[in-house]
Design a protein around this ligand. Structure first.
Ligand code: NAD
Length: 296
C-alpha cells in the first residue's frame, strides 16, 4: 500500500518538499493556514486539506515545515494537535529549524502515544526542496529513521544521522551560525579587495580556488549577491531566528564564543535597516552599501 504523506506548512520549503514527493508518485496531502499556499500546492499535484485533524489522522508520515519551535510544539502537542489525532505508528518528520529542547520534548511526549518523531532540519533552500536535493541533518532513533527512509531519500540528496532526538537541530544551528558568519566575513573581504582594485567576480574565482571558500563564496555571492538578485527564498527574519538559536544554545551551555557573539549582534542590530521580510543575503549591504546595494 502506498504510504500516505501529509505536509503541514506549505511555504517556501514545505511547498517544494510536498511537490517533489507528489512528483515522485507519493500520495501527498497538505495543510497550511494560508489559502494561497494551499492553492499553489494543489497546482503542484498535492491534495489540499482544509481540516488539519483529518490530515493528521489519515497520514502514515507527516512532514512539518513551520517557521519556529513554538509552531512545532503547538501543532504536535497543542489542542487538536498530533498528540490527539495521530494514530499509533505515525512518523512525524520535523524539517523546521527548531530548538533541540523542543525536539526532545515533543519526541518524548509523542512516543507515549506510539507516534515517532524525527528532527530533520534541512539545507538547500527552496530550489533544493523543489528538486529533492536538500541535505538533512537528522536526530532520530535508528528504527524510526529506517521506516521514514524511503520518503527522506525521495526528498533529499544527502542525509547525515547525527544522533538522537534534538541532535539534528544542534547540527543545523551550528551550520547556520557558520553561514551567518561567512556571509559577513566574505562581504568584508570582498569590500576590502574591491577597494584595492580587484574585480569581485575575479576575487570570487580566486577564493573558490583557495582556502577561504565557503557556502557564501560558492553559492550565496554568485547566486544572490553579486547579481543583486537577493531572491534566495530565505528571509532575514528566519536567519535572525537561527542566529538567536545559536546564541541561546551557547549561553545554555555556558560557552564564551566571542566571534559568534559579535556576528549575532550584527544580525540583530541590522533589523533597523533590513526588515524581517528582506532576503537574508542583504546583510552584506551593511558592510558596503555601494558595492552590494541594489542601486535604487
Ligand atoms: P515560510 O514562511 O515560507 O513557510 C512557513 C509556512 O508555514 C507558511 O506557509 C505558513 O503559512 C505556514 N504555517 C505557519 N504556522 C502554521 C500552522 N500552525 N499550521 C500550518 N501552517 C502554518 O518559511 P520557509 O522559508 O518555508 O521555512 C520553513 C522552515 O524551514 C523554517 O524553520 C526555516 O528556518 C527553515 N529553512 C528555510 C530555508 C529557506 O531557504 N527558506 C532553508 C532551510 C531551512
Amino acid at each position: 500500500m502506498t504510504m500516505k504523506v501529509g505536509v503541514i506548512g506549505l511555504g517556501n520549503m514545505g511547498g517544494g518538499m510536498a511537490a517533489t514527493l507528489a512528483g515522485k508518485g507519493f500520495d501527498v496531502s497538505g495543510f497550511d493556514l494560508s489559502d494561497a499556499a494551499l492553492a499553489q500546492a494543489e497546482k503542484n499535484g498535492v491534495k489540499p486539506v482544509n481540516n488539519r485533524n483529518l490530515l493528521i489522522s489519515h497520514s502514515d508520515l507527516l512532514i512539518l515545515s513551520l517557521p519556529k519551535a513554538e509552531h512545532v510544539e503547538a501543532v504536535c502537542l497543542g489542542k487538536e494537535g498530533i498528540i490527539e489525532w495521530g494514530r499509533a505508528g505515525l512518523i512525524v518528520v520535523d524539517t523546521t529549524t527548531s530548538t533541540p529542547e523542543a525536539s526532545r520534548k515533543v519526541a518524548a511526549v509523542l512516543a507515549e502515544v506510539g507516534v515517532a518523531f524525527i528532527d530533520a532540519p534541512v539545507s538547500g533552500g527552496p530550489k533544493g526542496a523543489a528538486s529533492g536535493t536538500m541535505s538533512m541533518v537528522i536526530g532520530a532513533e535508528e528504527a524510526d529513521l529506517a521506516r521514514a527512509l524511503p520518503v527522506l531519500e525521495a526528498m533529499s540528496g544527502t542525509r547525515v544521522h547525527v544522533g538522537k532526538w534534538g541532535a539534528g537541530n544542534v547540527a543545523k544551528i551550528a551550520n547556520n551560525m557558520l553561514a551567518a558568519c561567512h556571509l559577513i566575513s566574505t562581504a568584508e573581504a570582498m569590500s576590502m579587495a574591491a577597494k584595492a582594485g580587484v574585480d569581485p567576480e575575479k576575487l570570487l574565482q580566486g577564493l573558490n580556488a583557495g582556502s577561504g571558500r565557503s557556502g557564501a563564496t560558492q553559492v550565496m555571492f554568485p547566486t544572490w549577491v553579486l547579481n543583486k538578485a537577493y531572491d534566495s527564498g530565505f528571509t532575514m527574519g528566519l536567519m535572525r531566528k537561527d542566529v538567536g538559536l545559536a546564541s541561546d544554545l551557547a549561553a545554555n551551555l555556558g560557552l564564551d564564543l566571542p566571534l559568534s557573539q559579535v556576528v549575532a549582534q550584527l544580525w540583530q542590530a541590522s533589523s533597523q535597516s533590513l526588515p524581517d521580510n528582506e532576503d537574508f543575503c542583504a546583510i552584506v549591504q551593511r558592510t558596503d552599501a555601494r558595492l552590494y546595494g541594489r542601486g535604487e
